[in-house]
Design a protein around this ligand. Structure first.
Ligand SMILES: [Zn+2]
Length: 632
């Protein structure tokens, strides 16, 4: 149904379409450059840079903000004035104007000086990305240097049985730090701080979170400090237990000592080829669909491709004068078929990015500003959607139902028991390991220009890593090797994952208490759609969590979860498996209401317009098995 036009209709339509056009052009260039689709790498990067500047100019324009504020004031005045009934905006148009004011306020830069500073920063980021992309990355093997992506080095830390290779992989990751410190990272930090102060923040971190989350740095770190306290004792007990077992607790051994062994044992229950099918069936059983969206997936690692999974939306979902326009959403992962642990990682990535995609595909608001993934869209809230779904893959009831070998053998309980025994003592440690990133970033942006030397920065990073991860000499994941800190759109951002962990556990607790289960619970999709997804960024993080769960947002549910003993955790897992007999198996046709396509670079691997999901997942499975045969 379309709405009758008002005096505001042409203006709003022009506003929405001009933004959407720039946004789509930029996101398509982003995909092209980050997926390495163009042989002309330099040219692709340059196109992206130009289009990014064009979008930024549009969304940061103070003139546009003044204009939209003026329209909103007119619409609000007309709303109550009987003399001006013909000048009224529709209810949806009023909401659209409010959304545009919020979006422009979160992005607009008032002074010309700050605007040119922002553009200068985009150039510095692009130079740094180029230096990082061109880096000779890998590890020293017994027969010399072996090139490897940061993803591969990370996987080696978790699952490589030979200590000397893990140590080599760890030093490979650390080499990223010295490389970026030598190639302009600190200059970027200084210039970002200058911009942050121009925008009225204490520093870049503070200015960014005010705009993105509508929160101050102080508020965020109050929650993080509480969480740090809630996890301290349990993390120390975990490390103590490790030492008693005779493990070293050294940074290149910790991830392996904690998880390596179980990863290998679990591997047969996560055949890579089944990952896509499990995602589709599980999401369908939860009542999740994609509202007619086009989904493009590029899941396998290859040289020249960006080294971190992400989702982005070149076409935001929105309602154009009452007519719904579905989203186009693309997501990527860096799975390496055949490598131990890669099938599980691929499954988790599909659940994670598929959760993001479900969120953005189900936004139903009267302008595209509500459904784009940048400010004022909360990063932390977006991560609740993705991490809620990837958390299911670790649940005993989900594993019993879905994690079967290629021959159909379900994962036995004693393996889950081993996983819980191996992981639960270190859950608090894992949260603290994540906390290293926001604490390091906060420290970086709080250093003065003269303090920002490579020596100081390395010393501060090691100190924070050591305090939080309790690993001598620094944490297993060198903070500066994490790509988020370098790129503009993901810097001062990582606390979002931690706030999201808190939001996920609070959301899980809510469904668990209300419905008794998460796995194949068909109420979850519709409830998330109604409360978390439909409103887009028209609400703030805490408001969403409280509306669904009925409780204010708090670090305590997560604190409780990571402090559970192994015995309690095992008892809960057993109960959830017993409960499975009352949970109907979803054996209907999987229809995600999506036009799904799996790509490998420019080649189509599976799916396409009108293809049933079952066929797409069969094509995907066959393609993966071929890759494994080639690699093996
Ligand atoms: Zn995510």
């Amino acid at each position: 149904m379309t709405e009758a036009p008002t005096p505001f209709t042409p203006y709003l339509s022009q506003l929405s379409h001009s933004f959407e056009q720039l946004h789509t052009a930029k996101e398509d260039a982003f995909w092209c450059s980050y997926m390495g689709l163009d042989a002309d790498v330099e040219g692709a990067r340059k196109t992206l840079q130009e289009r990014e500047i064009a979008v930024q100019r549009w969304i940061q324009s103070p003139e546009r903000l003044a204009e939209v504020r003026g329209k909103l004031a007119l619409a609000e005045a007309a709303r109550t004035d009987p003399q001006r009934a013909v000048d009224r905006a529709s209810q949806m148009e009023l909401i659209a104007l409010q959304g545009w004011v919020a979006a422009l306020e979160a992005n607009s830069i008032e002074t010309a000086e700050a605007r040119s500073q922002a553009e200068h920063i985009v150039e510095l980021e692009s130079e740094l990305a180029k230096a990082r992309g061109g880096m000779k990355l890998g590890y020293q093997g017994p027969d010399g240097f072996v090139p490897a992506s940061s993803v591969k080095l990370g996987v080696m830390l978790r699952s490589e049985p030979r200590e000397e290779l893990r140590k080599a992989a760890f030093h490979g990751l650390r080499s990223i730090e010295t490389h970026v410190l030598d190639h302009g990272f600190l200059e970027l930090v200084k210039q970002r701080n200058r911009l942050g102060r121009m925008l009225g923040g204490e520093d870049y971190y503070d200015a960014t979170v005010r705009r993105v989350e509508g929160l101050t740095k102080v508020q965020i770190f109050e929650w993080l400090d509480q969480l740090e306290e809630l996890t301290r004792g349990a993390a120390q007990r975990g490390i103590e237990q490790l030492r008693q077992r005779g493990d070293t607790g050294l940074p290149w051994n910790l991830p392996y000592e904690i998880s390596g062994d179980v990863t290998t044992a679990e591997d047969p229950y996560f055949p890579f080829s089944q990952a896509l099918g499990r995602w589709g069936r599980s999401f369908a059983a939860l009542g999740v669909d994609y509202n007619g969206a086009e989904l493009v997936l590029d899941l396998i690692d290859r040289p020249g491709k960006y080294e971190n999974g992400f989702m982005h939306g070149p076409v935001p979902a929105w309602r154009d004068s009452g007519r719904y326009r579905p989203a186009r959403i693309q997501f990527t992962a860096n799975a390496i078929p055949g490598m131990i642990g890669s099938g599980r990682r691929a499954t988790e990535t599909l659940f994670h990015e598929g959760g993001h995609a479900a969120h953005f595909a189900n936004i139903d608001m009267p302008a595209p500003c509500f459904a784009q993934e940048f400010a004022p869209t909360s990063v932390a809230f977006a991560e609740v959607q993705s991490m809620f779904f990837d958390s299911l893959v670790s649940d005993a009831d989900w594993q019993t139902r879905y994690a079967h070998t290629a021959a159909g053998q379900p994962m036995p309980f004693d393996l889950m028991q081993r996983a819980i025994q191996a992981k639960q003592p270190y859950e608090a440690w894992r949260i603290r390991s994540m906390l290293t990133v926001p604490y390091v970033e906060r420290a970086l942006y709080e250093m003065s220009d003269s303090e920002l030397t490579p020596e100081n920065v390395l010393a501060v990073m090691r100190q924070i890593e050591e305090k939080l991860t309790l690993a001598p000499g620094g944490g297993p994941r060198p903070v500066l090797s994490i790509p988020h800190l370098l790129a503009g759109e993901s810097s001062a951002y990582y606390h979002g994952y931690v706030l999201a962990e808190m939001g996920v556990v609070q959301t899980r607790e809510f469904f668990q208490q209300r419905d008794g289960r998460l796995v194949d619970n068909p109420a979850i999709g519709p409830d998330l759609k109604k409360v978390y997804w439909t409103p887009g960024n028209s609400r703030r993080f805490g408001e969403f969590i409280e509306t669904l769960t009925g409780e204010p947002f708090s670090p305590e549910p997560l604190g409780r979860q990571v402090n559970r003993t192994v015995e309690t955790t095992l008892a809960e897992a057993e109960r959830s498996i017993e409960h499975l007999q009352d949970v109907p198996v979803f054996d209907g046709e999987v229809d995600l209401k999506a036009n799904l396509r799996v790509m490998h670079g420019t080649a189509i691997v599976a799916g396409g317009e009108g293809k049933p999901f079952a066929e797409t997942s069969r094509q995907f499975a066959a393609w993966i098995d071929e890759r494994i045969a080639e690699n093996g």
